[in-house]
Design a protein around this ligand. Structure first.
Ligand SMILES: [Zn+2]
Length: 237
């Protein structure tokens, strides 16, 4: 009852390419909706720390730079969704990453009479992401992250904080950023299509500062709440 009155979506999936600021937005959305932020990265990390069987298998794949197989990921996510705090909702980040996983998620939720209510897709043009990621520089000494364009050091290549020398992560080289983006696009374009067909997909322009993007996300959440109230009345849009 409270849920209907409030009208906010509580079962939300967040999609977006690497470098779109997904983690930051995910935290903001989860606290706004008062639901747990569930990311596959955290689930894997926890399972590995606990030394569970699934954690060990997941780790073996991650160490060799492979994706954790669907079956293992799905089992771990479904267990996590069965925990108490997720019973009132969740914000999923990093899952589903393909249509098979999306179908599995639907099937899992259906058992408790739930559905994915909203899928937010953060959209950033590929060229912007290449600029964002390929300009990053890390301090080898204190670990601080800088950006040649958006957050430069006073002296090129030298950390302002500790005078350590800066380096670029292998992952952030232009070629490797483009490769990651292509892979992401190939995997998630069908996924976005899947959710679009279900009428739950909302694209959010994620170019801009964290605050500006947060505002846009918030606007979608509010519009969605208003929309679900409108649908509850006899006179539909
Ligand atoms: Zn430093």
């Amino acid at each position: 009852m409270a849920k209907a009155a409030q009208g906010q979506p509580t079962r939300v999936v967040l999609l977006g390419p690497p470098g779109a600021g997904k983690g930051t937005q995910a935290n903001a959305i989860a606290s706004r909706l008062e639901v747990p932020h569930i990311s596959t990265g955290d689930i894997f990390r926890r399972a590995i720390e606990e030394g569970s069987d699934l954690g060990l298998v997941a780790r073996a794949h991650m160490v060799s730079g492979e994706l954790v197989p669907d079956g293992i990921t799905m089992t771990m996510v479904s267990r996590r969704l069965g925990e108490e705090d997720a019973s009132k909702g969740f914000l999923l980040d990093g899952f589903p990453r393909n249509v098979d996983q999306a179908r599995y998620l639907d099937e899992t939720l259906r058992r408790s009479g739930d559905v994915v209510e909203l899928v937010l897709e953060l959209h950033v043009p590929a060229e912007d992401i290449v600029r964002r990621l390929s300009g990053r520089r890390m301090c080898g000494q204190c670990g601080r992250s800088w950006h040649v364009e958006f957050n430069p050091t006073r002296v090129e290549g030298i950390c302002d904080t500790c005078a350590g020398s800066l380096h670029q992560r292998e992952d952030d080289h232009q070629d490797s950023v483009r490769r990651r983006l292509e892979l992401h696009e190939r995997e998630t374009a069908p996924l976005a299509g899947y959710y679009q067909d279900k009428g739950v997909l909302s694209r959010v322009d994620a170019v801009g500062t964290v605050e500006v993007v947060s505002e846009r996300v918030l606007a979608v959440l509010i519009a969605h709440s208003a929309g679900s109230r409108a649908e509850a009345t006899p006179s539909q849009r």
